[in-house]
Design a protein around this ligand. Sequence first.
Ligand code: PFF
Length: 462
Amino acid sequence: MSGGTESERASFSGRIGFVIAAAASAVGLGNLWRFPYLTSHYGGGIFVVVYIIMALTFGFSLMAAEIAIGRKTGRSCTRAFRDLSEKHGWIGALAGIVPVLIVPYYCVIGGWVFKWFAESASGGLSVLASDGGGFWWDYITGGAEGLGDPFVWFGLFALMCTVCIAAGVEKGIEKMSKILMPALLAMIVIITAYELTLPGIWDGVAFYLNPDVSKLSMGTFLGATSQIFYSMSLAMGIMITYGSYMRKEDSIEKSVRNISMIDTVVAILAGLLIVPSAFMFGFGDSQSMGLMFVSLPQVFAQMPGGSIVAPVFYLMVLFAAMTSAISLLEAAVSGFVDRFGSGRRKSLAVSALVVAGLGALCILGFGPLMTDLAPFDQGAGWLGIFDTVTNSLLMPIVAILTCAFIGYVIKTEPIEDEVEACGNGFRSKGLFRIMIRYVCPICLLAILVFGLADMFGLFSVY
Ligand code: PFF
């Protein structure tokens, strides 16, 4: 069954369908763009080790908790918290705002990826690499081709996501994920393997993975931990929503292990694909958004076979961004359905309008609506504001509240019972309890406080 009304909740076809759709949500720009530059910034291999440990403990517990809340209540976040405790529905309402604010700017970036794919596939790699990569800034500010072009690619990207959501949970999201995810995995393995055959690349691999223990610091832990909840799609209602479409007989524990493994492997492969080649062609320090749109076209332009690697790479990024945007849009839509009791179609139409409106604000924010709203915009205009408000403020707050709610209001037992409902027990129950009650809230509080201090220029551990 797909689509779904109040009485007949849509569902994934089974555990594999659920795992693929949730992994497709998790694997996104966070893995392909953010993880590689964080790894080079925080000391290579040592960051990877810390990241894996935190994914298996912190990420595992938060994801299991969110999926269990969704499955137990059969609701998305805007109703799930209220169903568990009448007085605490506001936590879910707060969580429900997050995807609504993220999906528009995520679609704007998706539009840029679409453009970079189309341009590199039609022989325009030299255009993307021109002017020392300055093309990117010219393009997004309208100097290169006017602002109409970014609008077209953004619209196309958002439209494809909308069509997928309109097709329903099983026939839309699951089917799309089952096509795009294996294609993405195949592409990343093939182009990484090819790049590792290039002469001189292994110095870059050593730079990427060599564990620099001297760089192990508070910043490494905080950087890894905040990347986990960005990358695993936590604290934004997605996993609660997807959990509500999961069948009772499927194992939450096993599924979470599979999802986090796929997510982590893709992130590490993406780093192996990007960092050594950027290093080899002299872009070792490239960080932030510029890496994907500024440095990489120049790297591909110099690389033997780069005119083939580039379109394959951007197609892969496009698939990853699209399945993540689809999950964000689904969380927004089902949040509206469960909060206001509106039908799926109407909720999708409202969500699409919000995406169009806020997305337009992000695009125009690089043109006529460019405003200096530091420290919130972090140099990326309105897009930066939405990113900062959600990732640095709302998401840690929602995650802290979720832990406090489970750990101290309803207590962990109902959630543990839900994990055990498939009949396979809950092997990591002890770990889960300690993480949700003590470790996760402390780590999250640290992310919030140090993040704010950094943003306002008080002090920095990053
Ligand atoms: N987990 C996805 C990614 O890593 O790109 C999707 C995502 C959603 C990332 C929301 C970040 C975010 F704020």
